[in-house]
Ligand binder design. Structure first.
Ligand code: ZN
Length: 515
């Protein structure tokens, strides 16, 4: 994800609903009525077949953000019935209800959402945006069963954009289907009036849905084509057949939220589109498929403690900036300025002297508390992880005479874990992968041990000697303001050695000295 800067910094199927077929036994049927936009209330009806006695239904406590937000608190008037009439519903904890019923059980409730942005849901007269795990109950014991969602009372002229299969059995075009509740929760839906177009890039179809103004199709197509071509080639091919971008432009900076085959992105101006898109698109690999074991299996009722967000989010930031400079969307100057800004954000927070990147990852769940976001209390795993990513890249290139890079680590981890259906063990497997690549490249044993790098800068909170590390890439870290909060600037040194020049070009162009 990509959180709003004020939070982080110091401080389709475009429902061209036709042509797909469904599994024969979609089991759990939801309807979502949009009839009450002024009250911002979705009315949900959930039909569950095959009940035999006790049935447990649950509302997620978290989704999208790593924050407990207790969506059950928004539920109004939940009741249920089976063929014999109303049945007893017992609330057993803050997000779980028990229902005694047989046969097909119908559960109904309202839930209120008027929160803009990709991390929330909203129903108003302009549109509806739905992250399904925030709105729909699920069955903890049956979350892998097929689901179908039919939208009711959709205003005239609205269309549906969602990266899911439409239900061809519904000629109205207002029903979508997913192979499981988990798949449904990974594909937010936009309903309303929007522009849309598609094109091929990175070996597949990219679908673009835009709500808002101040953008043009040629610029978006150019930026996304460059991003998709570069990141797909870097990671060895597209992970799936289609990808959808859902953009809100001009409604304020709301951030971006990654999903396996789509991203929901809310930006204040179209100028923010390349950076945010490069970040979210890279998440298809890093975090959605190359995934830490600590985030699996997903438990929607409680915090999931992971030390890996410095890599999942911070190194995704590293790659967003690498992608921009390597595709010409950033000049080298813009790349250096962005990196200096990330470093400055780390340094400006007193907490960087005692909070490690791993600890910041574990503490992600505190980000809902304003005090925690104060500079004395936390560092951001986005900023610190971004800096660690570049630092690790330079250290690997320097140790291997520019034959091993962070690009190799990303590809190797993707091959070793994602492609084999395995999850990685947080920082330990990142370190092990990088060390194995150094050994394989013939680097002397004394230089293949990354233990102290990880102990000091990843699991420890030792000051990253960033000026020294950058100098290995022929770059100088300058402090351009004394007093108050220091501001940093990165400049190219004028007489780099061949190796320093090779490393610098490697960062900017994505090359190692290997053919
Ligand atoms: Zn992210």
């Amino acid at each position: 994800m990509n959180l709003p800067r004020c939070f982080l910094r110091v401080a389709a199927v475009i429902a061209v609903l036709a042509g797909f077929s469904l599994p024969a036994h979609a089991t759990i049927n939801y309807t979502i009525s949009l009839a009450r936009p002024d009250q911002h209330r979705f009315h949900v009806r959930m039909a569950i077949p095959g009940a035999t006695g006790n049935l447990e239904v649950q509302m997620a406590a978290w989704d999208a953000l790593y924050q407990i937000r207790d969506f059950a608190a928004r539920v109004i008037g939940l009741h249920a019935e089976d063929a014999a009439g109303p049945v007893v519903v017992e609330k057993v904890d803050k997000e779980t209800w028990k229902i005694k019923a047989a046969g097909t059980v119908t559960v109904e409730y309202d839930t209120e959402w008027n929160d803009p942005g990709p991390f929330a849901s909203q129903l108003d007269r302009e549109h509806a945006f739905i992250n399904f795990a925030m709105v729909l109950l699920y069955l903890p014991e049956r979350h892998r069963e097929d689901v179908r969602v039919r939208f009711l009372d959709v205003p005239e002229g609205w269309r549906i954009a969602v990266e899911l299969q439409p239900d061809s059995a519904d000629a109205s075009g207002q029903t979508i289907a997913a192979s499981s509740f988990d798949a449904l929760a990974d594909a937010p839906a936009e309903l309303g009036i929007f522009d849309d177009f598609s094109f091929n890039a990175g070996g597949r179809t990219l679908r673009v849905v835009v709500r808002g103004k101040g953008w043009n199709r040629a610029d978006i197509t150019d930026a996304l084509t460059r991003i998709a071509n570069y990141e797909t080639s870097l990671m060895g091919g597209p992970p799936d057949k289609e990808y959808m971008f859902l953009f809100d432009i001009g409604f304020g900076w709301g951030g971006g939220m990654e999903h396996s085959d789509c991203a929901a992105i809310s930006i204040a101006t179209a100028a923010q589109l390349p950076d945010t898109s490069a970040h979210e698109f890279f998440h298809q690999w890093n975090v959605k498929r190359l995934r830490p074991r600590s985030l699996e299996p997903v438990d929607r009722t409680r915090e999931m403690w992971t030390r890996a967000l410095w890599f999942a989010e911070g190194v995704t930031n590293t790659y967003a900036h690498y992608t921009l400079v390597r595709t010409g969307l950033f000049s080298p100057r813009q790349f250096y300025d962005a990196l200096a800004e990330e470093y400055g954000e780390v340094e400006a927070r007193p907490a960087h002297l005692w909070m490690s990147a791993e600890e910041a990852s574990l503490n992600a769940w505190f980000e809902k508390y304003p005090l925690y976001n104060e500079p004395d209390f936390s560092v951001s795993y986005y900023n610190k992880g971004d800096v660690i990513g570049v630092a690790l890249d330079i250290v690997l290139r320097e140790a291997s005479n520019n034959r091993v890079s962070l690009d190799d680590v990303m590809r190797q981890m993707y091959d070793d874990f994602a492609k084999k259906g395995r999850f990685y063990n947080d920082s330990a497997d990142i370190r092990a992968t990088a060390e194995a690549l150094l050994r394989r490249a013939g680097v002397p044993a004394a230089s293949t041990d990354l233990g102290s790098f990880f102990a000091q800068y990843v699991s420890g909170a030792k000051e990253i000697p960033f000026a020294d590390i950058l100098s290995e890439a022929g770059l100088e870290l300058q402090t351009i303001e004394g007093g108050g909060i220091p501001v940093y600037r990165i400049v190219e040194t004028s007489h780099p050695t061949d190796l320093q020049l090779g490393i610098r070009n490697g960062l900017l162009l994505g090359r190692t000295s290997q053919p």
